[in-house]
Design a protein around this ligand. Structure first.
Ligand code: 5GP
Ligand code: ZN
Length: 114
């Protein structure tokens, strides 16, 4: 989609520190990390929010979670633990309207989230 920052990262038009990519998803380090490891996993296809998912996207979202878990393993977080989060719309704290799975780790997480 035009003017979507994450679509531009997916195509390489905007640079990012990519840690993984395949035909369906791209994973890159967050510009403003909230933990020692903070990676975003995005689909290459533009989907604005979780509300816009359809049944055909179910495998894609499953793949995003699987990729996040594999990256967590690569980053040495599998046994220590980590958190994955997807924010939706204003009260969920979503600021970029191209869905993304946050992978956060490397420190003790608190609960409940702010
Ligand atoms: P949200 O608040 O929508 O759940 O998360 C958006 C995330 O994208 C934020 O953590 C923010 O730091 C990150 N972000 C926004 N713009 C960029 C960018 O241009 N590059 C990278 N690597 N991360 C970005
Ligand atoms: Zn997009």
């Amino acid at each position: 989609m035009n003017n979507c920052i994450f679509c531009k990262i997916s195509t390489g038009e905007i640079s990012a520190e990519k840690v993984y990519e395949d035909d369906q998803v791209v994973a890159f380090r967050d510009l403003n990390p909230q933990a020692p490891v903070h990676v975003l996993v995005i689909p290459r296809r533009h989907i604005a929010t979780l509300n816009d998912l359809t049944t055909v996207d179910e495998a894609l979202v499953g793949h995003m979670s699987h990729v996040a878990a594999r990256i967590a393993g690569d980053e040495g977080l599998a046994e220590r633990g980590y958190r994955t989060v997807m924010n939706c719309n204003a009260e969920g704290g979503q600021t970029v309207f191209h869905i993304h799975l946050h992978l956060l780790g490397g420190r003790q997480m608190g609960w409940s989230p702010g």
